[in-house]
Design a protein around this ligand. Structure first.
Ligand code: TYD
Ligand code: MG
Length: 455
């Protein structure tokens, strides 16, 4: 009797092993291997060099049609997409549960359908009645969306093939979809990959813009296979802290546009509201100066956004290992900054707990934030507030130098517009037209002097 070969597929990276292991040998994720039946084993005996159709070669300089884009009806969504939905493209929308993915897509679907284009919204998570209730809450009860609750990809594609292709097809979510040609429960790598493949093929052939909702695991990757990210044209992430109102829509990959623009929304009682001027959104709004708080003028795409960074230092009495906790910034980068402050400036954080928080639930990625973080840390350690109405920019090197950053003029001008009058940054920082009093900081020791000497 032929022995069927078992294989195990990593649910995080899609890597294949022939025996079960606690840790994936490819991506080092723990407990991610799941038994999988090989769909069809490729045989070397097949001769692929004949029997196929001739493919057509095209000249590189052949005139191409301009990329047509369709608006989602939400300017912030269009902005994050790089200008709107491209027909025939596949978009993966990731985000934590409850962050507002279904709400955003239902709002976009409603406004596209009100514009006279067909939209099909398939929910595998909620019954049609639940989606209808949400639409009512959003004020879109009468939008002409074609709504269905289904999980069988065969049923969905059979139905779609029997009708005019819609402008937009939303599948909420890909983890609930099921294909009867593939073994395994919905949500496993082979199911997710197989269902996505069929849906994407339909989108490419019919020119439908396809949005697949994907769940995000606790470490922030889209649940199930990362391979899904390679199959789609655009990967978007909908971020924010559930306890905060603000949500940020970001493209992590975009075959049709830049990935540096964000869309900003606020979750309100009637769904997501667009925030077209987010400059002041992430400030906590306190008037009295507080030690450990620094303002950083970030750039998101082409828009400046002012962000407050808060640090808290707690001295430990006992010899316990001190905690370092970070929300909204990279913990490795914090460890590096603390090490630089210790070795270059002689500050001592080794017996202190360090907490760092980026206010408003914002996730900061700009390296120009180093100086603002260092200023918040030194200010907290010295228990001295930073100068009022000041902003801080600069990247910090391991040698403790403060390095120039991109767009310093734009950052300073925006801060000046919003009432800030002091800027601190690297020596060649641009002050052009800002009207801000700019102070050069050549190294970290200067920063420490400046904060500790101030009163
Ligand atoms: P939802 O779109 O279901 O999230 P996801 O699809 O990403 O899991 O959003 C759910 C949350 O949004 C829920 O906690 C309630 C909140 N919400 C509002 O605050 N206002 C609203 O108008 C709606 C529709 C939802
Ligand atoms: Mg949902």
């Amino acid at each position: 009797m032929a022995k069927t070969k078992r294989r195990y597929v990593c649910q995080a990276c899609g890597g294949v092993s022939h025996r079960w292991q606690g840790q994936c040998p490819d991506c080092s994720e723990w407990n991610s291997l799941v038994e999988d039946t090989p769909a069809s084993v490729f045989s070397m005996k097949h001769d692929l060099s004949s029997g196929g159709k001739k493919i057509q070669f095209v000249a590189l300089d052949a005139p191409s049609e301009a990329l047509e884009r369709r608006s989602t009806g939400l300017a912030e969504f269009d902005r994050a997409l790089g200008g709107g939905l491209v027909p025939g493209s596949a978009i993966l929308m990731g985000g934590d549960p409850g962050i507002g993915k279904s709400t955003l897509l239902l709002q976009a679907a409603a406004s596209i359908s009100r514009n006279g284009q067909d939209v099909v919204y398939v929910s595998g998570e909620e019954a049609a009645g639940q989606v209808r209730m949400r639409a009512e809450r959003l004020g879109h009860k009468d939008a002409p969306i074609q709504l269905a609750s289904a999980t069988s990809v065969r049923d969905i594609l059979t139905t779609l093939n029997g009708m005019e292709p819609p402008a937009l097809l939303v599948i909420d979510s890909i983890q609930t979809m099921h294909s009867d040609t593939i073994e395994g429960a919905p949500g496993t790598v082979s199911q997710v990959r197989g269902c996505a493949f069929e849906l994407i093929r339909y989108a490419k052939e019919s020119g439908v813009a396809l949005i697949l909702v994907g769940h995000v695991t606790k470490d922030g990757t889209i649940a199930g296979p990362r391979v899904l990210e390679h199959m789609v044209d655009v990967v978007m992430s909908f971020e924010g802290e559930r306890s905060h109102q603000y949500r940020i829509l970001r493209a992590l990959k975009n075959r049709f546009g830049a990935v540096d623009e964000i869309g900003v929304f606020a979750m309100a009682g009637k769904g997501l509201e667009e925030v077209s001027n987010p400059s002041l959104l992430f400030l906590s709004g306190q008037e009295a100066p507080v030690a450990g708080s620094a303002i950083f003028p970030a750039i998101e795409g082409t828009r400046p956004v002012l962000i407050e960074i808060q640090a808290l230092i707690v001295r430990l009495q006992s010899g316990a290992t001190p905690r370092r906790a970070v929300v909204g910034w990279d913990s490795g980068r914090l460890a590096m900054l603390l090490a630089v402050l210790e070795s270059r400036c002689g500050l001592n954080f080794s017996t202190a707990e360090v907490y760092l928080n980026v206010s408003g639930g914002y996730r900061l990625q700009d390296p120009a934030a180093d100086l603002a973080v260092a200023a918040a840390l030194v200010s907290a350690l010295a228990d001295k507030p930073l100068p009022t109405k000041s902003v801080w920019i600069g990247e910090i090197s391991l040698a403790g130098e403060i390095r120039p950053v991109a767009h310093s003029g734009l950052r300073m001008r925006e801060a000046a517009k919003l009432g800030f009058d002091k800027g601190f940054g690297p020596p060649d920082g641009d002050r052009d037209g800002s009207g801000i009093t700019y102070e050069n900081l050549s190294g970290l020791f200067k920063l420490v002097d400046r904060i500790v000497a101030s009163s």
